[in-house]
Design a protein around this ligand. Sequence first.
Ligand code: SAH
Length: 257
Amino acid sequence: MIVFVGAGPGASDLITVRGQKFLKEADIIVYAGSLVNPALLDVKKEGCEVYNSARMTLGEVLEVLVDGAAAGKKVVRLHTGDPCLYGAVKEQMDALAEKGVPYEVCPGVSSFCGAAAALEAEYTLPGVSQSVVITRMAGRTPVPEGESIRSFAAHGATMVIFLSTGMLPALQEELMAGGYDGDTPAAVVYKATWPEENVCRCTVETLAETAEEEGIIKTALIVVGRVLDGSYEHSKLYDPAFGTEFRKAAAGGQEHE
Ligand code: SAH
């Protein structure tokens, strides 16, 4: 059996209970060495074979997965954060499906959640933003035309930008061209939840200089939006006048689904 496991954002105890169980039982682990904390592998059993996919091609990774499964071994493919974001997992799953090799997926805590925890932020504040745009600048992987930073910035929603730390001058230009004021709160969050985590609060127009001052060139998320500011409306959820299926509203209050 092959399981794609989300390793979480970095800290070795931020993998799910289920994911760690798969790691403990694995005969073979193929981990994304560029971003997965190797301390996660401490729980592996004796004799477990470990491969670092950062040094392998897709073909080589697939060979290890397929041969392992064919030999009846328990195989874990360990991806950073949650596998569903920028993980290049679909091409692996499709190749396995084509060969008739079964697999399953175990989710993980994405780094955008790790960054929110580090910032002590809520990405969805009433009266400020109720949406989170997860995106990236185009790099070697192109971004479809309708998904430019500029077009998303026009919504004024919270944005979490992956894989773009090396392009901050262009990123801040795009954010401002789209409509964010230069003084909109922003942050560069380096290695969220790792021991070397560095949370740098700044504004949209100081993103590039902040990262430069801190020497951050990769493994960071850029968070943008007024939710990083202080002001918002209180949620209706705990409002005494607002009922839910679990709590009756005060007289005259409204019900909530
Ligand atoms: N699947 C992963 C993302 C992989 S793409 C997830 O769900 O988090 C790799 C990019 O994710 C990095 O370039 C960086 O932008 C971001 N990233 C991954 N781990 C991070 C962390 N601990 N702190 C900040 N950014 C991180």
